[in-house]
Each structure stands twice: as C-alpha cells, then as structure tokens.
Design a binder for this molecule. Structure first.
Ligand SMILES: Cc1cc2nc3c(=O)[nH]c(=O)nc-3n(C[C@H](O)[C@H](O)[C@H](O)COP(=O)(O)OP(=O)(O)OC[C@H]3O[C@@H](n4cnc5c(N)ncnc54)[C@H](O)[C@@H]3O)c2cc1C
Length: 263
C-alpha cells in the first residue's frame, strides 16, 4: 500500500516512546530506528521516520541525545532518507530547535516540527526558513499554559494559517499536518494563488484519521503522508489523541471489545 508512488500514501514511522530515563532505553530506541531505515530501504517503501528527542535521552544528557540523533540521521543520509524530529512540550522547544539546526548543518536530511499554538512560532519559522530546514506545521498536542500558548482555538487556527503562508512562500518543502478541512482548503488556495506546485509541499495526517480526506487529496494530485506510530509504549500517545477528541474513547472501547470477542 505504501509503495513508492505519489498515487499512494507515503508514511512516517514513529516508534512509540518518550521521556526515557535510562541510557540503555535511548540506545535501544536508536537501534530500532536504524533497523526501521534498513527495512524501509529493503522493502523500497516511500517512508521516513519521526523521532522524539526525549526518546533519544534528551532528559538524561544533551551529548547522548546529539550522538544518537547524529547516528540515525547519518544512516538515513546514506540510505537517501529523511528524519523528522517531532516537537514535544514547550520545555523542550528551544533545545529541540537548537539541536536540529546544529545537526542540519552537517546533515540537511533532517527537519523539525513547529506548533501553531505557541506564541513564539512565527519567529521560529523565520529562523528555520533562513536555514532551509524542512518544517512540519501542527497545531500542538500538549497541555500548555497561557504564558506560552494561545488559549483560544480560534487564535491557534489563525496562527496556523499565517504560519502555513510563511512556510509555503519562503520555506523548504513544508508539511502541513492537520485534519482541519478549512486549513487544508486555505493551503490549497494559497498555493494556487502563488502558483506553488503541489510537489513543493505535502499534507500529513495521523494514521486512520480522516481516511476519506486522505484519499480525496491523493486523487486530486496532492502528496499525503500518514504518521504511523508502532511499538508498545502507546499510553502517552493515546492520551494525547483522546484529549484532542474524547469521542475516540468510544472507538477505543468498541475495538477492545471486538478484539476480545474475536480472541
Ligand atoms: C502527521 C502529524 C504529526 C504530528 N506531530 C506532532 C508533533 O510533533 N508535536 C505535536 O505537538 N503535535 C503533533 N501532531 C498533533 C497536532 O498537534 C494536533 O494535536 C492534531 O493534529 C489535531 O489537530 P488538527 O490539526 O487535526 O485540528 P483539530 O482542530 O484538532 O481537528 C480538526 C478536525 O480533525 C478531526 N480530528 C482531529 N484530531 C482527531 C483525532 N485524534 N481523532 C479523530 N478525529 C480527529 C476532527 O474531525 C476535527 O474536527 C501531529 C499531527 C499530525 C497530523
């Protein structure tokens, strides 16, 4: 399904895990990502990986995190692939940006995520655009205080639209990651008006969410990448998805019951 062709979805694989407290776990996560890149190359998938710096030991030691991220990005470069560094809570924003910008100087095949709920994001966009770092734009999934993030959804959405325009006009192959149809339409409209071709950016969505919209965009000639989490450390990821849409709890309960009946 994910074979190399823009008629198909591409993917970004996220080996679930974050905030590791032991070096051994950070090194094990690194090995998992290296294995993922080998498998992607072996199966000739149109896919990259997404990593979280706290999974690579950012809470333990910045040097350890730099070493592990560099190993992953270096191997990805040898295989002509790309590493996306997810953005976590605001306590990590500056450190994540600094490290990605540093590693990017040697390995341009890595990119970052910026969150439109943060006040600082437009400034960060100017900085990463100047360095030609690829950005995935999202609204933001962490519970942030009003001191750093817009409390109102309307402001988060307006900032997303403004950030999207800056990224499309001045960025490097941005990824517009949302299921919000109005913002997707705004992206398409802006690109049309500025004559930005559909192969100069991509849409991204979470695996299994709004498949109808994913299919429609593909059929209309847009690039769509799905974010595919895998592994056993699912709890924090699931909690963030439930917080975004409490109705997902119902889907979860239904599928657990279905699984149990089938077992
Ligand atoms: C590819 C990708 C990567 C991401 N990476 C990061 C990251 O690195 N850091 C980070 O902080 N956040 C990340 N996120 C999450 C993001 O910040 C948002 O929390 C999430 O995308 C929901 O916001 P939305 O843009 O879809 O808009 P919303 O306004 O939340 O939703 C718009 C519509 O989409 C649908 N929808 C949204 N979420 C769900 C859901 N969970 N289940 C079912 N329907 C839903 C609903 O119909 C909703 O009305 C990522 C999101 C995507 C798509």
């Amino acid at each position: 399904m994910l074979r190399a062709s823009f008629l198909y979805l591409s993917a970004s694989f996220d080996h679930l895990g974050e905030n590791v407290t032991e070096e051994k776990a950070a090194r094990a996560a690194t090995e998992d990502y290296l294995a993922a890149f080998e498998r992607i190359a072996g199966e000739r998938l149109n896919a990259n990986v997404s990593v979280k710096l706290t999974q690579l030991g950012l809470d333990i030691s910045p040097d350890l995190c730099r070493e592990l991220l560099t190993r992953i990005v270096q191997r990805a470069q040898q295989l002509d692939n790309f590493v996306r560094i997810d953005m976590e809570g605001s306590a990590y924003t500056q450190r994540t940006l600094d490290l990605v910008l540093e590693v990017h100087q040697t390995y341009p095949n890595c990119g970052v995520v910026l969150q439109s709920y943060l006040y600082r994001t437009m400034d960060d966009i100017a900085r990463v655009n100047a360095a030609r770092v690829r950005v995935r734009l999202v609204k933001g999934a962490y519970d942030e205080p009003a001191a750093v993030a817009f409390p109102k959804k309307a402001d988060v959405d307006a900032n997303f639209a403004a950030a999207m325009e800056q990224l499309l006009a001045k960025g490097t192959y941005p990824a517009i990651a949302t299921h919000d149809e109005r913002l997707i339409e705004a992206t398409r409209r802006f690109a049309r008006e500025r004559e930005i071709a559909p192969d100069r950016y991509e849409f991204q969505m979470l695996y299994g969410i709004r498949r109808d919209l994913q299919d429609r965009l593909l059929r209309e000639g847009y690039r769509v990448r799905v974010y595919v989490p895998y592994g056993t450390e699912w709890y924090p990821y699931l909690m963030r998805r439930l917080a975004e849409r409490p109705a997902n709890l119902l889907f979860l309960v239904r599928s657990v019951i279905r699984e149990r009946r089938a077992a």
